[in-house]
Write a protein that binds this ligand. Structure first.
Ligand code: FEO
Length: 394
């Protein structure tokens, strides 16, 4: 199916209800959409393709509007395969089309696909006339790959924004912001930003500033995943701004693992002590919380508390996995508190101390290490740590 966004600009994307994990990492219980757009003017431009297994459905969406052979330009805002793995299929049907992308995208296209089409490398803010419509290409590097750009339709003030302003969640025929419950979109787009773009928050801020400086009107924002914003495009711009600002939020997140409940008891005691002190607390047990939710709830915390049992002289494996995310995604959180339990060894917390100091994070004292059950003295340490955390946040 297709939907008209404005005269001559069409949504031709697809819903994915099959993939269990986006990037084989992030759960998508509501599915996801791969958005692609067709601009029909004197020249015909296709903006973005879709993930390979959805090629047939997508090609049929194109055929509802035009013969694919008549496509003049295939504009690739981003080379990640969820946007491009149908490229060989459309290249075979549109042999006269020219690929349009940034200079950084060209070698990526060749290494992924090397389709036998002409290419046009566009500089930042370069324009391409289609007839009555003009496309302006706005380079937006590291959203979230180096080659990313947005495509702006000048006369219609439509911004085809690539991954920026995207969201998890299939569309199910409700393609526009005024057709959807925005509470679900807010939840799913924040989870999307946190899971996919955390390493690149500063580039989101740069792109927002750049679009503002350009002074262009924006009537519609059409991202590559999730709904199209035609009713209130500034709503999602404001949310992305809020979620990627350098200022941290005034809450504490406790992320912990537990095998037999001893670390769990410390987590609960700490949570209670923090709540008693008026601190907003988010808490995740790594054994059952989804990693994308843990990241969403911890990435902008003022204080991150990590708790672990010792497992084979190391932190509990799922805690270890989370700490890898903190490091790999370059979490902006600077202040860490640590606790852990052990039966006979006790290397778990010590290794966490080393990792977080290597990351140049501040580790609050006391670091709590408990052999099996917490003693009275250790329970007092938990309260003391809660006070120190509260002082940092309140
Ligand atoms: Fe939607 Fe970066 O892929």
């Amino acid at each position: 199916m297709h939907r008209e966004i404005t005269k001559g600009i069409y949504f031709i994307g697809v819903d994915d209800h099959h993939t269990e994990l986006f990037e084989n990492l992030w759960s998508i219980p509501f599915g996801v959409s791969y958005n692609s757009y067709l601009i029909v003017d004197e020249k015909i431009a296709l903006v973005e393709t879709v993930k390979g297994p959805w090629s047939e459905e997508w090609l049929n969406n194109i055929r509802e509007l035009v013969d694919p052979e008549k496509i003049d330009y295939i504009i690739l805002n981003h080379m990640e395969p969820d946007h491009t793995s149908s490229l060989p299929d459309i290249a075979a049907l549109a042999p006269n089309a020219t690929l349009v992308y940034t200079p950084k995208a060209a070698p990526m296209q060749k290494s992924f696909y090397d389709v036998p089409l002409q290419e046009k490398l566009v500089e930042d803010l370069e324009e391409l006339k289609l007839g009555s419509k003009t496309l302006k290409f706005v380079h937006a590097p590291f959203l979230h790959w180096p080659e990313t750009m947005m495509t702006y339709v000048v006369e219609d003030e439509v911004l085809l924004s690539c991954d920026a302003f995207g969201s998890f969640g299939a569309l199910n025929g409700k393609h526009f912001d005024d057709e959807i419950d925005l509470r679900l979109i807010e939840f799913e787009s924040r989870r999307y930003v946190s899971a996919i773009i955390t390493s690149y928050f500063k580039f989101v801020q740069r792109a927002l500033a750049k679009v503002k400086e350009l002074g262009i009107g924006i009537k519609v924002i059409a991202p590559s995943h999730g709904p199209i914003y035609r009713s209130d495009p500034m709503w999602i711009v404001g949310k992305y701004d809020e979620w990627t600002r350098p200022e941290l939020e005034k809450y504490c997140t406790i992320v912990f693992g537990t095998m037999y409940g001893y670390s769990y008891r410390i987590a609960m005691k700490l949570k209670k002590a923090l709540l008693d002190l008026g601190v907003v607390v988010k808490l995740h047990n790594v054994s059952y919380s989804d990693m994308s939710m843990i990241i969403t709830d911890s990435v902008r915390a003022s204080v991150l508390v990590v708790g672990t049992p010792t497992y084979d002289a190391y932190p509990y494996p799922k805690v270890w996995g989370f700490v890898n995310e903190v490091q790999g995604k370059r979490f902006p959180v600077n202040t860490i508190a640590l606790f852990g339990t052990y039966g006979w060894g006790g290397g778990g917390v010590k290794r966490l101390q080393k990792i977080f100091s290597d990351m140049k994070k501040e580790i609050l004292e006391p670091v709590i290490r408990v052999k099996a059950r917490a003693s009275e003295e250790e329970n007092e340490q938990i309260k003391e740590l809660a006070k120190i955390i509260a002082d940092r946040i309140n």
